[in-house]
Design a binder for this molecule. Structure first.
Ligand SMILES: Cc1cc2nc3c(=O)[nH]c(=O)nc-3n(C[C@H](O)[C@H](O)[C@H](O)COP(=O)(O)O)c2cc1C
Length: 280
């Protein structure tokens, strides 16, 4: 594969959007057209497993049920990661927008944001933003409401089925799979659970069309990604970058000139030692 040069992208933070306009545009489409757009973009979940988002939405919408749910996974427990916190802090309306579009596709009337316990300080502002968002939904005659549920402060509750258990008031332990959440998730109903970042990308894909996202990244990993950079670096922070860069390009940009290793994907990811850098 050929690596792209490190390229900054501004789909998440910098683009001012009018949520109402994007929702109106999305509601004018059929559910099949929305799924097609998300599928064609190549968007894969940003929560870790990389499952195609459009397929998750499609499977859940096809599951017969009287009730379906959409859940935003904002548990962000991986040590060293803080991208979801920043997204929720800076652009919560884009997260809620992604949830509302998903809700239309799967026929959900209720959505939940499962917010990491340590992020309680975000709650007052998030609730304010949510009130404004609910006003927009009301003005569009959309029957969908979002509730914020505080996480229980356990890393394992970020795992989707443990998260459902926690939301149901039980001990946060993973369930056996299958069945997957698309069939039996929260309260054993068909559920879409997506990471914060995934939902924002879905929203922005509906704004711009799939091509803009698809044009970025590689064949297997389309689009861009938000990176939390921390540790022995002079440039700690949040960066949205096009996928497909090499670790050594990354080190050139973010290292301190004497980087010994890069821990990729947090503590449960993997470690790239210096001797492996430079192998493109
Ligand atoms: C131990 C464990 C912890 C996890 N923690 C998180 C988390 O904090 N946030 C998250 O979005 N996904 C987390 N996941 C992945 C979720 O189970 C799930 O795959 C994800 O929320 C799906 O969203 P996506 O399709 O948008 O990636 C975790 C998985 C495991 C196994």
């Amino acid at each position: 594969m050929t690596y792209t040069k490190l390229k900054r992208v501004d789909l998440i933070f910098d683009q001012e959007v009018n949520p109402k306009e994007i929702l109106q545009k999305a509601y004018a489409l059929s559910n099949e057209e929305i799924v097609k757009e998300v599928l064609e973009s190549g968007l894969r979940g940003r929560g870790g497993a990389g499952f195609p988002t459009g397929l998750k939405w499609k499977f859940t919408s096809e599951q017969p049920s009287d009730e379906r749910f959409v859940i935003c996974n904002a548990d962000e427990g991986e040590p060293g990661t803080f991208k979801d916190r920043e997204i929720l802090f800076q652009v919560p309306h884009k997260v809620f927008g992604g949830m509302a579009i998903c809700a239309k596709v799967i026929g959900a009337c209720q959505g939940f944001v499962y917010l990491r316990g340590e992020y309680r300080f975000l709650l007052p502002e998030l609730k304010k933003q949510l009130d404004s968002f609910h006003e927009i939904l009301k003005s569009l005659n959309v029957d969908f409401r979002i509730q914020i549920i505080m996480g229980s402060g356990a890393y394992i509750c970020g795992e989707e089925s443990a998260l459902f258990e926690s939301m149901e008031g039980k001990r946060g332990e993973p369930r056996n799979k299958p069945p997957y959440p698309t069939i039996a998730g929260f309260r054993n109903k068909p559920t879409v659970i997506n990471n914060v970042e995934t939902l924002v990308y879905a929203f922005m894909i509906l704004r711009h069309g799939s091509q803009k996202f698809k044009d970025l990244g590689t064949t297997d990993s389309r689009g861009s990604k938000v990176f939390s950079v921390s540790g022995d670096t002079p440039k700690a922070g949040i960066y949205e970058l096009e996928l497909g860069m090499s670790v050594d390009h990354f080190v050139e940009e973010f290292g301190d000139g004497d980087t010994k290793a890069v821990q990729v994907g947090g503590a449960s990811g993997f470690c790239v030692p210096r001797k492996s850098l430079g192998k493109r």
